[in-house]
Structures are given as C-alpha cells and as structure tokens.
Design a protein around this ligand. Structure first.
Ligand code: GLN
Ligand code: ZN
Length: 765
C-alpha cells in the first residue's frame, strides 16, 4: 500500500459545540428568533474551520469531517437519506426547521424519541423506519463539509453512521406490522449509501469512515449476517472511496472477523474499553491485508494516557495487519476541548488531565513512537510517564477514614423492611390520594436564578443575599405547586446548577472544571465533575433547603438527591480502581444525606438514578456483575431509615428492558420513569417482570416545548392503568422541568393535575 493511503494517526471524531459553547448559543438564539439562519450557519462554519485547523496543525496524518452537527449525527443521517417521518416533512418548513422540528417537536408533530448513545451520556434521536420508508440521498452535508475543509487545504475523511448501526438504532415506524424490524430496509438504505459513496468518490474523497458501534454489543447471527452483507455490497462498489469501518465502545467480537473478511480497507478497534480486543485482532488472519487503527487513547475519559501501555497495545498489532495506525478509542465528542484552559484547577490535578486537544497530541506522540521509535519522542514520553506516576502516588487519592468505614459496612445496612410493611406505614404517614400527582424535582431555571448564581460565583452577590434569593424562589415554587394542586411538592432545585455537579462541589474527592463542557443532547451541554480520589461528605448538602421548603407547607415535600450510579455516570471517574468500589464510597456519602433529611422531617426522599441503564455494559455477559454493584450502591444509600419514610427514584432517557429486574431490586418504594414519548410502553414490561411497587410513568414529555392537553394525559394514564393497578400509579412529568419555561410548564402541570383528578374520580365510580 502506498503512503498516500495510510490513515496513520487520526481521531474518530471531535467535539463540535465550541470551546465556549458557541454553537449552543447560536442554535438557541436561532430558535428564539434572534439569530437568522445565515448567522447560525456562519457559526457552524467557523467552528468546523477552527476544528480542522487545530487537528491538521497538531500533526495528525488524517483528519475526519462530517463530525459536526446542529443537533445529532443520527438525525443528520436520517435527514441525509430522506428518512424523516412525514409528520415533519409535511409541516411545510424550511429544511433547517424541519430538522429542528424532528429534534424538538412542534404543536402538531411530537418529536422523535431520544435515547442514550450506547453507554454514554450523549443522546441521539431514534429514527422511525417502517416497511415503506424509502432511502435516497437528500442532503449534501458530507460533501459540503468535505469541500469546506478542502478549501482550507485540508483533506478529510467524511464520517457517517454506518448503515447497519443506523438501522439497529432505529425503531419501527408507527403502524409497522408486528415483528417488523427496520433492518429489513437494509437493501434500500445500502442503495442510498452506494449513491453517496459514488458522489464522494467523484469528488475525489479518498476515505470515508462508517461507524458501526452497534457491533460492540452482543449481536444475533442474523445481525452479523447483515453486517457481512452490507460491507460486501459497499465494498464491492465500482466507484467508492476507501472505507474505514469503526467499531468502538467495546470488543467487536465476531463482528471483527466479518469486517475483516469484507472487501473494505480498514478497521478501527477500541483497545481502551476492551484491552483484550488486541487478541481478537492478532488472531484474525483476514486482517493481514487491511489497515487497523489501534484505538489506544481513551476518547471518553479525561486522564492522560499511559503512553507505555498504549504503545505496547498498538505495537502488538504490528505484523497482524498491513498497516497499523493510531487513534482514539472513539470520537472525542465525549470529552471537553482543552485541559490547558482549566487554570483555576489545582495544578497538580490539571497535570493528570487530557481533554480533546491533548488527546490529539497523545495520538500523534504514540504514532511517532510506534513508527519512528521511542528515541525521537523520548522527552515527551518521559513527561507523560511522570504525569501518570504523579497521579498514582498522590495522597489525595486515598482517605483512610473512608476505606475503614467501608470495611465496617454490614449486609443489614442495605436492607429495608419488606415492601408491604412499608406501604402500610407510608400510607398512614402520608395519607395520599390515589394517583398522587408530583413532579420530578426541578422547576424552570429562570434567567433570574442563573444570574443570581453567576453573581454569587463571581463574588458580586454575598452568600446571605444569594441564600435569600434562593429562598424566595423556593417559596414561589411551593406556592405555585399548592395553587396547581399537586399532592407531593418539591423545592424546585433552584440552587443546583446541575444534578451531579451540585453534589460533586460539596463532596471530597471531586474537582470541578470551568470550561469542561460536553454535549449531552442538541444544544444541551453538561460539565462533568472529575472524581479523582476517595469520596466523603464533610457536611450536609441539601438539608437546609429541604427543611425550609417543608416549613412552608403542610403537604409533603420530597427531598431530592442524586444516586451513586448517576454521580459516577455523569462524572469523569478515576480509572485506578473498580467502579464498584468508587460507587460504594459515593453511596455512603448519599446515605449520610438521606439520614439527615429524614432527621430534618422530610418524609419522602427521591434518589435519582436516570443513568442506571446508561452504565449497563454492552455485553450481556457483564450485566450481572454491573447490576450487582449498582443495585448494592443504591440500597446502601437508601436503607437504614424508618419504614414510613418513602424512597422514590427516577429514571429517564433509556430503554429499560434490560434492567427491569434491577428496577425492582433497588427496592425503592416509587419509581418515576420516562414514558410519554414511547406511550407507556415500559409499563407492560415492568409489570410482566413482576414489579409490585409504585410507579410514575411520565405523562408529559418535557423535552419538547409542547403543552399536552388534559385529554392527551388522561389517555396516557388510562393506558397506564391497563398495565398497573390504580393504587400503585403516580402522575408526573417525564423528567425535571429545569430546561423549560413557566409559560409552558404552568399550563402543562395544570392539565396534569386535572388529568389526575379526572382519572382518579373515574376510578372511584
Ligand atoms: N431531579 C432531577 C430534576 O428534576 C432529575 C433530572 C434527571 O432525571 N435528569 O431535574
Ligand atoms: Zn429524568
């Protein structure tokens, strides 16, 4: 293979939201009508240009394109191939507004469902593919981005979601016959990919990257056959660019051989999530004439690479493939831009970190060491080693008191009385009506709240004034809920910037970044804290707010905490000990808070675990071990309290099918769960799995600005009641309200309470 074909050092994808969330701001301004489409596109253009320049400037051999998105790459793919449902395309909107309508919904057209991208905290929009969906190239995005980069003199490799992964991520469109699967549309989709590949080839594109992460999970023989078929078809095209198939987030297992035997040129493997995948690659004879990209720099976590280990993994592959390139384990979409900007961080901790920019340098470094020998980069390698050593030896990583306490935890510390006993005690204590109405916790984070927090952080508002502002807000929210007639109230979480960061800032063992934003979905970004050392709770974190809120009303106010699994899932977590050990430390900290809330007179405590499903390993063989520690952590955090204290939990954004037994096993009294977009699908499954607890299926999709009317919500409730007896059903939105405005949530909650009343009354007669 000649030089010009080498992938060499590269990355699989790059952040796109902008180092200062420029894209978020532009998109939201466009939605608000204060920025026009041309200006929005200019922001997109500028961000792409800056990204390519920095990648090419860092010395990568090849650079990806089409990794930019105004919302989501799966939605981009559906749009590109003309597969948006008719309810959006028939709205008569511009292409841009049709695209955003599919993402966010409109009054007439509910949005596409949104769910987690594999085991990450990124969310994609679920394509709806029916037997009549036809695919054809409708858009020019990959081509236009390619041209845009070429105009800068940068040759790029357009990245696309692979056809098989795209269909595996899709759900059957409404009205599809029972048993129908989107994969049945593979031929039509492949025809469209072939068409696109031909166009790209004519343009002079040398490489495309097709992402097939769906094959890092267990796949049936039929699905593996579909992979073989698809890459035979694409690989056999007469006119096409070279194809790199990227499988990340785990070991490709049997899919590796399928791809290796197909007529494509290169395969990217993730050697970080699954170091043992090295053996799979070495044992695959069909790779001998292919290029392999060794994904040895972690694309998802923020620790500096262990250069010796990364180099050794890549070097092991030499000889097993025609050419070994070096890359990140997955797209860098999942890490922030630049660790060097974190100047307020303890410099010692900053020295342990690597964000997207640093990871690109690490790829270049390891690539040079691999191909030119360690001698040429001796100083850089030594610096990398020193950083890894410094972290390993840092005293802050181990707190003897925390470790000692954990050795003294007994099994009974995680056990509550049986559920029936608790139901009786709680009914007596709380005397709630049937179908009690509540919310998930947060109320809109208004501009006033954000301003007060910013002023407080900047020292322009002293603590007393800040506390007073938050108390006013809490009082307003309590009064509003009383006025709306909700049965179980919340304090509204005005004091929380984010449900994980808020706790991380008060726990020992965490560090916060200033600019470490990562896209979560659409324009929404999160700033995950860094969990670097042993975790402990020096003082109560939420008690004074909860106590104040409860003092304002006779109705029960729910205390609101984030669970240990979610705290881990939404942080960048130390990788020097098993996750389960870290989870137990966090669980003890939350347990202390639960006990303090109870002592302060809070009778209902919600411990949110929206990420319980997210961390589920992609391979079924690893599920039991994960669920064991995850369930144990939740129980350790929520036991040791009175039978009459009611524990709620909340889950959202995911397919719950694989964790139904765990939802039962965590032993919460009430579980609220996202259900509106999927029209209560999850309930039947829960009940079939023998779930006997309280359940609050969301009847209001809060991811959309749409206000559902009473009939829509009574309809959903009646659907729910076909699966679950009325005495166990709660009425609530899908999730917290913090991203919405009062103009939407007031009428929506009014309708929600009315719907609860209506259905409640009918239950009685
Ligand atoms: N209690 C949180 C809120 O209402 C839960 C958020 C979530 O599930 N992501 O905002
Ligand atoms: Zn939620």
């Amino acid at each position: 293979m000649n030089d010009i074909d080498r992938l060499g050092t590269t990355i699989l994808g790059y952040p796109r939201i902008g180092p200062d969330r420029e894209l978020k701001r532009a998109i939201e301004a466009y939605w608000a009508g204060t920025l026009d489409e041309a200006e929005l596109q200019r922001t997109g253009h500028d961000l792409r240009v800056a990204g390519w320049r920095s990648l090419a400037g860092a010395g990568l051999d090849t650079v990806p394109s089409n990794t930019f998105s105004y919302y989501d790459q799966v939605l981009d793919t559906a749009t590109l191939f003309g597969a948006l449902p008719a309810r959006f395309t028939e709205l008569g909107l511009s292409p841009t507004d049709t695209y955003f309508a599919a993402a966010r919904g409109t009054a007439e057209a509910p949005a596409l469902e949104m769910t987690k991208w594999f085991d990450t905290n990124y969310h994609y929009l679920v394509p709806e593919i029916g037997p009549d969906t036809t695919f054809a190239v409708h858009g020019r995005k990959p081509l236009e981005e390619y041209r845009e980069a070429r105009a800068l003199g940068i040759e790029t490799r357009p990245v696309l979601v692979g056809p098989v992964t795209f269909l595996l991520l899709a759900k059957p469109a409404d009205g599809a016959p029972a048993g129908y699967r989107p994969l049945e549309r593979l031929d039509s989709l492949l025809a469209a990919y072939l068409d696109l590949l031909a166009t790209l080839h004519d343009e002079g594109v040398r490489w495309v990257q097709l992402d097939e992460p769906a094959f890092a999970a267990d796949r049936s023989a039929e699905e593996l056959d579909a992979l073989t078929y698809a890459y035979d078809v694409l690989g056999s095209a007469a006119a096409r660019p070279r194809i790199l198939a990227a499988g990340y987030f785990g070991d490709l297992g049997p899919a590796l051989g399928r791809l290796a035997r197909s007529p494509i040129e290169a395969i990217a493997v993730d050697l970080v999530t699954a170091p043992s995948a090295v053996d799979t690659v070495v044992g695959e004879p069909s790779l001998r004439d292919k290029q392999v990209l060794a994904g040895v720099v972690d694309g998802r976590n923020i620790w500096r690479v262990d250069a010796d280990r990364a180099l050794a993994a890549a070097a092991t592959l030499l000889g097993s493939a025609a050419e070994v390139g070096v890359s990140t384990s997955c797209s860098l979409l999942h890490v922030p831009y630049d660790a060097d900007r974190e100047t307020s961080l303890d410099p010692r901790i900053r020295g342990w970190l690597s964000f997207a920019r640093q990871k690109v340098d690490e790829v270049v470094l390891i690539g040079r060491a691999l191909h030119s020998g360690t001698g040429v980069v001796a100083a850089e390698l030594e610096a990398a080693r020193a950083a890894v050593r410094d972290r390993a030896n840092a005293p802050a990583l181990r707190d003897p008191a925390v470790r000692d306490r954990l050795t003294r935890v007994r099994p009974e510390d995680s056990r509550r009385a049986d559920h029936r006993t608790r139901v009786a005690a709680q009914q007596e204590e709380l005397a709630l009506p049937p179908l009690p109405s509540t919310t998930i916790g947060s109320f809109p984070q208004t501009a006033d709240i954000r301003r007060a927090r910013a002023a407080h952080r900047a020292g322009r508002l002293d603590s007393a004034a800040y506390e007073a502002a938050m108390r006013d807000e809490i009082e307003r929210v309590i009064r509003l809920q009383e006025d709306l007639g909700l049965d179980v109230l919340v304090h509204g979480e005005p004091e929380r910037n984010d449900m994980v960061q808020y706790f991380a800032e008060q726990l020992r063992g965490f560090a916060a970044t200033e600019h470490g934003w990562v896209q979560s979905y659409g324009s929404r970004c999160v700033r995950p804290p860094i969990l670097y050392g042993d975790v402990a709770r020096p003082a109560p974190m939420t008690v004074r707010w909860a106590r104040y809120a409860q003092s304002l009303t006779a109705k029960p106010v729910k205390g609101m905490l984030t669970g240990p699994v979610t705290i881990l899932a939404w942080s960048f977590v130390r990788d020097d000990q098993p996750l389960g050990d870290t989870a137990r430390q966090v669980a003890l900290a939350i347990r202390d808070e639960v006990h303090d809330l109870e002592a302060a007179g809070i009778r209902i405590i919600q411990v949110d675990e929206p990420a319980l499903r997210e961390l589920l390993p992609l391979h079924a063989a690893e599920h039991a071990e994960y669920l064991d520690w995850a369930v144990a952590a939740f129980r350790l955090a929520t036991a040791g309290i009175a039978d009459s204290t009611q524990i709620h939990t909340h889950m959202c954004y995911s397919e719950f099918g694989d964790i139904l037994p765990a939802i039962e096993a965590i032993d919460a009294d009430v579980t609220s769960i996202e259900a509106a977009r999927s029209r209560m699908e999850v309930l039947g499954d829960l009940e079939r799995a023998g779930f006997g607890r309280g359940v609050g299926p969301g009847v209001y999709d809060i991811h959309s600005p749409r206000v559902p009317d009473v009939r829509e919500m009574t309809g959903l409730l009646r659907t729910a009641l076909r699966a679950v007896p009325a005495q166990r059903v709660w009425v609530n939105p899908d999730c917290g309200l913090k991203t919405r405005g009062y103009a939407e949530i007031e009428p929506a909650l009014r309708n929600l309470v009315a719907a609860a009343h209506e259905v409640r009354t009918q239950q009685h007669h």
